[in-house]
Ligand binder design. Structure first.
Ligand code: UD1
Length: 420
């Protein structure tokens, strides 16, 4: 298992390019199951989760083709298995995204029940009840969600009790081939949901209201192939901006979208960063100053994203003052706190809030990554520490960050990967 060794204490400085968004690439790949025609997906990030989704499609009998520009062409007409096995679902919960497409197009699907994970129990009850409301028969047995429908799914009015990103995506995909109209209320407004909707519309779906909390889908007979380019990754963007801010540095991130990062950019400005934006780039300059502590509360988009919470905890750990961070989306997303305290941070957990008293500097230590975004926060903590940090279990980071050590090296960081 590889480790990352970081020799911190250097201000990051330079320019990097942002990859395609993992969380919109995964549902778009699942959406290829909705048509027998070829869908070409461009700007796919090179990530372990993308490989897992390709593997999942592969084990259903679909053979994706990667072209010379690393675009992927997927034609699902050779599908002969309608099941997502536990071995893949346990490594990537987003495998649940094949449930809606399989069910609506082939009338049957079996997807292993995702178990709990490091950031909480993360049930999928809302996916199941919405598909049942559309006429699906679903039983959960032997650790699998076994779904079938007699004929076609039918449109329904669905109120989501909680805002769920993959839940909204699953229902939107299922509804695009259902009979009649589906209305999803309290839908997720995340930009990745909009990106998926835009791809489905390009495939011929009739979807309106994406980006608002009410999405209306009129089912169509069939969807067609298309070529679609995945939007930039806002979480990768934010992570590098925070890394630069925490190290009192300067960064320009290119091939990104400032318009979908407003809550994050405003917190970085509160932390003392000077920010300039263009249509597809963001520049952040700390002018060598120590960041100021900020307080924030995570919530569904457009509020502050839970996927950026751990990284801001790292920033606050070396900031001037005390900041409090409240997590409202997942119930157990503070696994990084203990590791940061081992590096000399002063953080205490009170219910679903962490109170961070900024210290002058952190001390390098061997630490262990527990989930994807927690891993990113430990790397930021390593970058601001005054000695060597080793981050273990970095397979988590490879799930969601493309070439992280190369990109950080471009910014001047002393970071290297070593096999353990
Ligand atoms: C997606 C993102 C993940 C992000 C999260 C919240 C992908 C592939 N992953 O995950 O990076 O952290 O959104 O922005 O896009 N819930 C239920 N029942 C359900 C579904 C969800 O109780 O059926 C709860 C969850 O436990 C959680 C909350 O709803 O507390 C939000 O989860 P959800 O938006 O579904 O997260 P994911 O879609 O799994």
């Amino acid at each position: 298992m590889d480790r990352l060794i970081i020799n911190g204490g250097i201000s990051l400085e330079g320019e990097i390019r942002i990859a395609g968004a993992k969380n919109s690439a995964l549902p778009i790949m699942a959406a290829t199951l909705l048509t027998h025609e070829t869908v070409q997906i461009c700007n796919l990030p090179h990530l372990y989760d993308i490989t897992t989704m390709l593997e999942l499609l592969g084990c259903m009998g679909v053979q994706p083709i990667v072209d010379e520009k690393l675009n992927v062409e997927i034609n699902s007409s050779s599908i002969d298995h309608f099941s997502a096995p536990y071995e893949l679902v346990k490594t990537m919960r987003a495998s649940i995204l094949v449930l809606g497409p399989l069910l609506t197009r082939y009338g049957k699907a079996e997807v292993a029940l995702p178990g709990g994970c490091a950031i909480g129990s993360r049930p999928v009850n809302l996916h199941i009840s919405a598909l049942e409301a559309m006429g699906a028969d679903i039983v959960v047995e032997d650790g699998y969600i076994k779904a079938s429908v007699d004929g076609k799914l039918k449109g329904a009015n669905i109120f989501m009790d909680l805002v769920t990103v993959t839940g909204t995506e699953n229902v939107m995909m299922a509804a695009s081939l259902a009979r009649g109209q589906t209305v999803i209320e309290n839908a997720a407004r995340e930009p990745e949901v909009v990106d998926l909707a835009n791809c489905l519309v390009k495939m011929g779906a009739d979807i309106k209201g994406q980006g608002t909390d009410t999405i209306v889908i009129n089912g169509v007979e069939a969807l067609a192939g298309c070529s679609y380019s995945v939007m930039p990754d806002r979480i990768e963007t934010g992570t590098y901006l925070i890394a630069a801010a925490a190290t009192r540095g300067y960064i320009k991130v290119k091939d990104t979208r400032p318009d979908i990062l407003e809550s994050v950019l405003s917190k970085l400005e509160q932390a003392g960063a000077q920010i300039n934006v263009g249509a597809n780039w963001i520049e952040l300059d700390m002018q060598g100053k120590r960041p100021r502590a900020v307080s924030l509360r995570t919530a569904p988009y457009p509020a502050f994203p839970t996927d950026m919470q751990a990284q801001f905890t790292a920033l606050n750990s070396v900031a001037d003052g005390t900041g409090s961070i409240t997590e409202t989306v997942f119930e157990n997303r503070f696994m990084h706190v203990h590791e940061m305290n081992r590096m000399g941070a002063s953080i205490r957990v009170e219910g679903n809030t962490v109170i961070v008293d900024g210290v002058d500097t952190l001390k390098g230590a061997p630490v262990m990554a527990t989930d994807l975004r927690a891993s990113a926060s430990l790397i930021i903590a390593g970058l601001v520490s005054d000695s060597e940090t080793s981050v273990d279990r970095i397979y988590h980071i490879d799930r969601g960050y493309e070439c992280i050590e190369e990109k950080l090296q471009l910014l001047g960081a002393r970071i290297r990967r070593v096999p353990s």
